[in-house]
Design a protein around this ligand. Structure first.
Ligand code: FEO
Length: 178
């Protein structure tokens, strides 16, 4: 049995993670629209990760006999004034997610919900990686400044991010399946 407050926060976290996927979808569309396909590729791969994050909470609730409640997603930003602004938003968003995971851990501890701790510990470690990945790209974008050459090089580097096998967000996977 999941304590009520923890269950409420976990259902909110499913929404937060799926909203993250939707935000990164929107950023992928933006990067494609300005021909930064490597950055768009990185975002598509991030969509895959965020969907899995949502499903981890989804399965955890079900495994413990709780009720999964899918909440509304809000209208998201659909464009950015520069690639740097998009990456800064991604970093800020990851900081927001970290704060939500920390709140969840606090609530789980207050309710002596020991069964939730392994899952939440996984997310606490994951958020370190999520923040460092996006903040590092922000720093690299700042170093690049107005250099078009630097931007193209970073875009190429980000295009090398691998999709997990069989990811439905990998165009190669779904194009070859047709
Ligand atoms: Fe699921 Fe990027 O946090």
């Amino acid at each position: 049995m999941i304590p009520e407050k923890v269950l409420t926060l976990m259902n909110e976290q499913i929404k937060n993670e799926l909203e993250s996927a939707y935000i990164y979808h929107s950023m992928a569309a933006y990067f494609h629209s300005i021909n930064l396909d490597g950055m768009a590729h990185w975002m598509r791969s991030q969509v895959h990760e965020e969907t899995i994050h949502g499903m981890k909470f989804f399965d955890h609730i079900l495994d413990r006999g709780g009720k999964v409640t899918l909440l509304d997603l809000k209208q998201l930003k659909t464009t950015w004034s520069s690639p740097l602004e998009a990456w800064e938003d991604a970093y800020k968003h990851e900081q927001f997610i970290t704060s939500k995971i920390n709140n969840l851990m606090k609530a789980a501890r207050e309710a002596s919900d020991y069964a939730a701790e392994p899952l939440l510990n996984w997310f606490i470690t994951e958020q370190i990686e999520e923040e460092v990945n996006t903040s590092k790209i922000c720093e690299q974008m700042r170093l690049i400044g107005n250099s078009k050459e630097g931007l193209i090089m970073l875009d190429k580097e980000l295009s090398a991010r691998l999709f997990p096998a069989g990811s439905p967000y990998d165009p190669l996977a779904y194009n070859s399946a047709q």
